[in-house]
Design a protein around this ligand. Structure first.
Ligand SMILES: NC(=O)c1ccc[n+]([C@@H]2O[C@H](COP(=O)([O-])OP(=O)(O)OC[C@H]3O[C@@H](n4cnc5c(N)ncnc54)[C@H](OP(=O)(O)O)[C@@H]3O)[C@@H](O)[C@H]2O)c1
Length: 357
């Protein structure tokens, strides 16, 4: 019996799958740990759990639903009988093992960048382009990609504005947290902060330069045009998800010594006028967005506010004053913050999986 047939057997007669068998590749990492938490919080029906990581983690356990599970090494044989494989073990592991998981009958939701720009792979944020999952469900093996965390946090609030007034141009600057680079980067920021305060020289391993009490250009590779890969992901992934190659987008991505949750300053230019009041109403009603915009109290989104939360926080909603002769109703500024381990990775992956049940 093939694994695909076994997978189909765990379907109800109605065709909907109950209690899928779930594997998490990269379960010990920042995203993997959050995946476990979110599956439990949202009562995702997990029929069987296979926690996977590198050989280094064999011998450790994870806890889920009141039970302890031994961590297994990620190998070619890890996906026999698995219906849903959530990957967060880095691009190299995804490239090698995701096709094997699909061959074994699983739907893969991949957090890495390995398949994002593959035209055959849907790149999905449920609030942005749920239509790209049409016809997909568990039991029908495929790969689905989760976008880059900065792209997700930008597009959750910007897409409803785009639907209303059509974005023609976007300038985004990011303020990215340590957690975006994984568990070891968070530990490095904490240790460097302690060392600097104690008068000791900081040790730089995960990043090539001091992170504590500093900011620097994003640590991804810089291409020939001077843009780093994080910046170009925001451009290319937005074009793919909006099915709109002509939107002019430029990004500047920067690391700031914040432990968790990214912030982004976004300037939007629309095809038609969109007033501050209309933008406020749209954002207020948008799924996955919480508006924090109190000018009187100078209270706007912060990474601390967004940490551990599901929504992207949006505020500083201002008409652009750089238009011809002053205030422009076709230009708008926003400041947003989002927990990129949750909505920027694990939560988005679980929301995709929920749409496949
Ligand atoms: N952090 C974020 O906010 C974020 C957001 C969006 C996407 N992502 C993507 O999600 C993935 C994981 O990120 P992360 O931040 O969770 O990283 P992380 O904290 O460094 O965790 C990496 C995970 O991958 C596992 N792993 C590493 N090498 C492996 C191997 N050869 N075989 C099997 N497992 C291996 C590690 O297992 P061991 O503990 O055994 O080494 C660990 O579980 C990356 O592709 C990243 O780009 C991260």
């Amino acid at each position: 019996m093939s694994t695909v047939t076994q997978s189909n057997q765990s379907r109800h007669r109605s065709g909907s799958m109950s209690a899928p068998r779930v594997a998490i590749a990269g379960v010990t990492g920042a995203v993997g740990q959050e995946l476990l938490k979110i599956l439990a919080e949202r009562s995702f029906p997990v029929g069987q759990l296979t926690p996977l990581a590198s050989a280094r983690s064999v011998g450790k356990q994870v806890e889920f639903g009141g039970k302890r599970y031994p961590i297994q090494e990620l190998t070619e044989d890890s996906f026999r009988g698995v219906d849903l494989a959530l990957f967060s073990a880095g691009g190299a592991q995804s490239r090698k093992f995701a096709p094997l998981a699909v061959a074994a009958g699983a739907v893969v939701v991949d957090n890495s960048s390995a398949f994002r720009m593959d035209p055959a792979v849907p790149l999905v944020v449920p609030e942005v382009n749920p239509e790209d999952l049409a016809g997909m469900r568990l039991g029908q093996p495929a790969i689905i990609a989760n976008p880059n965390c900065s792209t997700i946090i930008m597009l959750v609030p910007v897409t409803p504005l785009h639907r209303a007034a059509t974005v023609q141009g976007m300038v985004v600057s990011t303020y990215q947290a340590a957690s975006g680079a994984g568990a070891k980067a968070m530990a490095e920021l904490e240790q460097q902060t302690r060392d600097v305060l104690a008068g000791k020289p900081p040790v730089c391993v995960q990043f090539p330069q001091q992170y504590a009490f500093n900011i620097f250009s994003h640590d991804s590779d810089v291409g020939p045009a001077g843009y780093n890969t994080e910046e170009m992901k925001m451009v290319h992934e937005t074009h793919k998800m909006w099915h709109a190659q002509s939107v002019a987008i430029t990004a500047t991505c920067v690391r700031v010594p914040v432990m968790r949750a990214h912030a982004e300053s976004i300037n939007l230019q629309f095809e038609r006028p969109l007033s501050e009041a209309e933008a406020y109403e749209i954002l207020h009603a948008a799924p996955g967005v919480t508006v924090v915009d109190d000018r009187g109290a100078n209270r706007f989104p912060t990474p601390l506010h967004a940490s551990g939360k599901d929504d992207v926080y949006a505020g500083r909603i201002r008409s652009d004053i750089a238009g011809d002769g002053g205030m422009s109703e076709t230009g708008l500024n926003l400041f947003v913050c989002g927990d990129q381990i949750r909505k920027g990775a694990a939560l988005n992956a679980v929301q995709i999986a929920e749409m496949l049940l």
